[in-house]
Design a binder for this molecule. Sequence first.
Ligand SMILES: NC(=O)c1ccc[n+]([C@@H]2O[C@H](COP(=O)([O-])OP(=O)(O)OC[C@H]3O[C@@H](n4cnc5c(N)ncnc54)[C@H](OP(=O)(O)O)[C@@H]3O)[C@@H](O)[C@H]2O)c1
Length: 259
Amino acid sequence: MAFALITGASGGIGWSLARELASHKHDVLLLARSEENLEKNAIELQQKFGVSAHYLAIDLSQPNVALIVKDWLAQKNFTIDILINNAGFGSWGGLKDIAREELNQMMQLNMITLADLCKVLIPELEKSQRAYILNVASTASYQAVPTLATYAATKAFVLLFSRGLRWEYKGTSISVSCLSPGATSTGFIDRANMGMLKEKSEKFSMTPDEVAKIAIRGMFANEAEIIPGLMNWTTAKVVPLLPKSWPEKIAMNLYKTDK
Ligand SMILES: NC(=O)c1ccc[n+]([C@@H]2O[C@H](COP(=O)([O-])OP(=O)(O)OC[C@H]3O[C@@H](n4cnc5c(N)ncnc54)[C@H](OP(=O)(O)O)[C@@H]3O)[C@@H](O)[C@H]2O)c1
């Protein structure tokens, strides 16, 4: 049986996506950096759902890492029919305050590795009769977000890249969907140095399990854009209808005043 390859599956939304697929009896490949978590997660999926689960501990923010992933699949003789590009992070602050290395790492992981994994793994996906790509963006894809300017721009890339790719593969065996979660209770906020927003954001947050259930259903239904949660969906649909400066100003006030 072909595997689902999920990046960022050591915790958060990626781990919930892996569990959701395993509950559908899909074999899984888990990728992230934290080897201990990946090993524990793979064992849990094997024991709980009886699926085959393997992992690769790897830093996906390295240049050309997609080729290492492709070689690993070939060495292990793994075939894949699902690619979920979920690994990503945000970094809060003005451009002048965020370290250059951090910005470059974010752009590399959120955009370049994501697109390169699609590029090098689509020939592998084409070996299956039916295959799926799910790229994880954000509700931040739909507008510019001051103090998360680079992060929001990387996610706008993911959304537009996924929509374009979807047309390129229309009528083929490969379906391409984009998942845009809103606030979700994971390690994201701490990683992004947004602890000051934690209390407020938790009031509106979905759980990663809720997000994963909706995401996997949408992916198998070949939806172009999956936006879990009514409030997130409504916001994402309304924002593009407004003058751009309105939601930008709201975001600016929200993130600045809470510091
Ligand atoms: N949570 C939210 O509110 C929210 C909202 C919208 C969109 N998203 C998006 O959802 C996706 C998942 O985030 P999350 O909320 O689940 O955050 P999370 O809990 O911080 O999980 C991030 C995952 O990505 C992995 N990762 C980070 N850097 C990596 C690297 N250099 N190489 C390999 N793996 C790496 C992490 O594993 P290791 O640390 O073990 O490498 C972890 O498994 C991200 O793309 C994020 O932008 C999240």
